[in-house]
Design a protein around this ligand. Structure first.
Ligand SMILES: [Zn+2]
Length: 244
């Protein structure tokens, strides 16, 4: 059995660090890799304004989508309003968790309209800081989202009517089973980290799958996923608690 990998980039906005992303874009072209990218519909977060804005951003996103990438709606403005840890209990700040349903629905809906107008909306959600609650999921369902890129374990599972494709790590673990989502933030990646991931992509590219494929990964032994979910959720919470 082999691990399948899903390569996910957070915080994809016109003002991201394109100079650092370029190598990932190039190797995706070369090896036909289907990344998952989290696009912020209307970025207002100064932390994500790193380089001068790319004027052809939406055309670029449309082209990548045509090439098989998946575009996830990464919040709305990427502004944190609450300290809600949300359902997963791993973030410390949130654009959504803890807010009333109507407020969350409004934000998600505005974001969706922006992406639809740019012809890049898909039914996938990526929560800023991994933080969302049951009301977020209800609003997502009401807006016809079907999947999120977050959760514990190594297999997709159902969470309040949506499909959760687990996301645990920034580095490949290579457990030999299921699917691992490798979560990358190019703005803050060191040259070394970029080189390591590029080397990894080159040697493992046959194991890299799209988000759509990741949603379909099923276990050979059905009882395993729930055990792995509880084990990884405990481990992650512990690690984040220790880190403070
Ligand atoms: Zn983010």
């Amino acid at each position: 059995m082999t691990t399948r990998y899903l390569i996910r980039f957070d915080d994809v906005v016109p003002t991201m660090a394109w100079s650092r992303f370029r190598v990932f874009d190039e190797i995706a072209d070369e090896l036909s890799l289907p990344y998952l990218i989290g696009v912020v519909p209307e970025c207002r977060d100064p932390k994500l304004m790193v380089e001068s804005a790319r004027s052809d951003f939406w055309a670029w996103a449309r082209a990548r989508r045509k090439a098989g990438w998946t575009i996830a709606q990464h919040g709305y403005q990427h502004l944190y309003e609450t300290e809600g840890r949300g359902l997963l209990g791993i973030g410390r700040k949130s654009e959504f968790a803890g807010l009333p349903y109507e407020v969350q629905f409004e934000k998600l809906s505005r974001g969706k309209v922006i992406l639809q107008n740019e012809d890049v909306w898909e039914d996938v959600f990526m929560a800023p800081s991994h933080s969302f609650d049951a009301e977020t999921l209800r609003a997502l369902r009401d807006l016809n989202f079907t999947a999120i890129t977050d959760g514990f374990g190594f297999y997709p599972y159902e969470l309040c009517g949506l499909i959760a494709v687990p996301q645990l790590v920034a580095r490949p673990l290579g457990f030999g089973i299921g699917v691992e989502t490798i979560c990358l933030h190019v703005n803050t990646m060191s040259d070394d980290a970029i080189k390591r991931i590029i080397d990894f992509i080159r040697t493992h590219h046959k194991q890299i799958i799209s988000f759509r494929e990741a949603k379909e990964v099923i276990p050979a032994f059905p009882p395993i996923p729930s055990l792995l979910r509880s084990a990884t959720s405990t481990a992650l919470r512990l690690r984040r608690a220790v880190r403070g």
